[in-house]
Design a protein around this ligand. Structure first.
Ligand SMILES: [Zn+2]
Length: 220
């Protein structure tokens, strides 16, 4: 790993992880705009099979819940140069209790504590649940060499509008540079939304104050 930020050599005023490539929870990024704003069914995605799902129906049912798995793909690629498919991660994480199918057919998750245990046991990622995270807390996690999966409102992809709420969707925070926050959005509907850079005070209006930090360094 050659990323200086991962080794904890960031600076208090600027720590940005190098070359974190975005992965999206929908296999065709060009369809995200229609899925988000025109009612398009994600199961119509012609590239659904690249997800590792067993069927188009399975993909359609689960992909809306896969933001955290896309973030994990980004983290693993940042460390290893490659990552398992979205559904390989989803199956492992579900088996660990990170997603729970409800009696009414709904899906609960991503549940942070089982996720943390799963990524530690399976991938050697030292992850921690951060239930009370401030913007300064995010900066501190980054300065310590970590990446931060943060709970934000999905409408952070349109930050020029007022935030309709906080939380419910996961993005991967990859850096801070003075007043700016750098992040990757698995459901970004444009390149600018997928490779997000926002003023910290704007990011904060979408942020629920919780997330998971992940260190890619080998632990003692
Ligand atoms: Zn890094």
């Amino acid at each position: 790993m050659s990323c200086r930020a991962c080794t904890g050599h960031g600076q208090p005023s600027r720590t940005v992880h190098d070359n974190v490539m975005v992965r999206t929870q929908y296999q065709s990024p060009d369809l995200i705009d229609a899925i988000a704003y025109d009612g398009a069914d994600p199961a119509t995605d012609p590239l659904w099979h690249l997800s590792g799902a067993a069927s188009r129906a399975e993909y359609g049912r689960w992909c809306r819940h896969c933001c955290g798995m896309a973030c994990l793909q980004m983290v693993l690629e940042h460390r290893d140069g490659q990552a398992p498919t979205l559904f390989a991660l989803l199956r492992g994480c579900t088996a660990a209790g990170g997603y729970v199918e409800q009696p009414d057919g709904g899906i609960a998750g991503l549940l942070y504590r089982p996720f943390v245990d799963y990524v530690r046991a399976t991938y050697g990622i030292f992850a921690q649940v951060c239930p009370d995270l401030t913007m300064d807390g995010i900066r501190d996690e980054l300065n310590q060499g970590r990446l931060v999966m943060a709970s934000v409102h999905k409408e952070i992809r349109r930050p020029d509008r007022e935030a309709p709420g906080r939380g419910g969707h996961l993005v991967l925070v990859t850096g801070h540079d003075r007043e700016l926050i750098h992040f990757r959005n698995p459901s970004g509907h444009s390149d600018a939304a997928r490779y997000g850079v926002l003023a910290a005070q704007t990011f904060a209006t979408f942020f629920a104050g919780r997330g998971v930090s992940m260190s890619l360094r080998a632990q003692p």
